[in-house]
Ligand binder design. Sequence first.
Ligand code: IVH
Length: 676
Amino acid sequence: MKKKEIQEKYLKNIKLINKFNKFYYDKSKPLVSDKEYDNIKNEILLLEKKYRFLKSQNSPSRIVGFKPSKNFKKALHRVPMLSLANAFTEEDLINFEKKIFNFLSKDKNYKIFYSAEPKIDGISASLTYKSGEFVKGLSRGDGKEGEDITANLLTLTDIPKKIQSKDFPEEIDIRGEVFIQKSDFEKLKEKFANPRNAASGSLRQKNPEDTKKIPLKFIAYTFGFEKGLKTNSQFEYLTELNKWGFKTNPLNKLISGVSNLIENYNYVEKQRSNLDFDIDGIVYKVNNLALQKRLGNVANAPRWAVAHKFSSNKATSLILDIEIQIGRTGALTPVAKIKPVNIGGVLVSNATLHNEDEIIRKDIRIGDTVIVERAGDVIPHILSVDLKKRSKKSLKFIFPKNCPSCGSKTIKEFNKVTKKNDAVRRCSSEDYKCEKISIEKLKHFVSKEAFNIDGLGKKIVEGFWKLKLIQLPQDIFNLDYNKIEKLEGWGRLSVENLQYSINQKKNISLERLIYSLGIRHIGLENAKLLSKHFISFSKFKNLSIQNDYEDLLNIDGIGETQVNSIKSFFSNKSNIRVLNELEKILIIKNAVQNSDNGLLKNKTFLVTGKLNGISRAEVKSLIEENSGKTISSVSKKLNFLIIGEKPTKKKVDYAKQLKIKVIDQAEFLKMLNKSS
Ligand code: IVH
């Protein structure tokens, strides 16, 4: 097809889909079946994906959510749904409290308690209950008048339809937030821009059956009109809500004093990225309902509440350069060097660009003005490019076709399992020929979960490589210590320490050794599976001679991808040489076949605090070798809590409360008939 024909076909489809939308949403008269509708929509999306020149403001890929429907009846709120004033700084909070004190004419020593509630970013709804029965549900609308979305709200499992508690008010509007969990949003990502949009769109579906398909949640937090409510405080009300069968936010807290509000704010903000729902701040409400009543409202917001907003986690910056980093597996990762910018209190100067495809998709160029997002602890990334600010001279970024470190060709592998080309471009050089790959491989070899060599950190590995002290893994065990002692920053003692820790690690388990080789797709878990399969190092090494790779597919957890990777590792002569050299130097412990009848049979363990000379990973494998199990939190299921230095007090206290045996390292080793 010619460009013009493609364009015509595309625009015709867009016109059609918009006609369907109009009839479906506004006139309640669908013109086509859902299937036909989806077919046309998919065709548009496919065309857009294939031909990047296609663009339309009316494309279903751009329209997020659904247009507000004209289908819903409007209804008045008996008590208006107010909005909240915002606070951003400590000063704003001090002023908020000062105004309350002045209004109530209280002196400084008076203590006001606040209900501090994480502010979920969803859509508010008001649910009317009469004689315990859910009779009507309205959206917020303009605060005075909302849409009657009863039928859709009825599909939410979080909304009780009938409440039988004796103390439930005769009549009440229960208010709260309808939202979608982040994990559920993942599945709807294609259709909506963000979880809030997804919630609002789903809630406004014309057909409640469509709303039912979306896992919408409801959290209750306030009330509107009421007759017969017997609570004196907001926090008490929240407890009542729970009793009546509503969900409330588990992070709600009762707090007094601005400094404590801030401490809680900082705590919740840290948790933000771990929560399964989006929050954009914390709402503080004067706890005492009588005081709330006295305080009343200003304009359309209450005087007794404020929303303490989180600082934005996005910022605008400039791309100064695009650097290519090379990883252990040869993957070329582009990183944007950006003009340093403060995002939520952290100075950001690097942002990941993920891979070549991402750069192409977003057409990111050096010199571009971009929006950078930093969410939680993940590496900041580029959200979008401001095309209006792009210079006319700007050039597309060309991803290197040769490795910037060794000059080898870079390739995109074809994944035999997914039958797709990898999104990641890699340096095609194998084993230890590429400098960057070698250094990364060596860093991995000495890393914590691998050989765990104290005093041989990443920087030292880089330094030793440059001085040609180490090139291959086996060189680590044949270091020229006299030479090192003469290097700047080294002395007799530090060299002796290094030598000691390297010698100590010559004793290694097969599992760790396999992991340390850094074979692609062979992480800790797979290394463990392989070591249990081979039992001894010689059998593992013999794989190269016996060529029986198919057999590996019988290991539960090992798939074709892993087998292909192992095959390519063993087909490389340098790798075999490394294995032979390591065999001469190391004492490789055979894998222990787990007996089901070990010393720790049916016993569960959890470690808290730092142990002496033994890592968590090692403790875990010791436990498993002896038929025990490790679990991740203190609960009734736990039998032994092993405590090391600086244990988490909470865990120890809770374990004691549950009468769980708390033991130290020596006692644990004694259980295994070992001395410490
Ligand atoms: S109370 C007068 N409590 O924030 C009190 N609102 O900007 C107003 N929100 O429309 C509502 N969590 O959508 C309240 N714990 C909470 C809230 C909350 C989220 C939303 C709600 C409201 C908006 C006000």
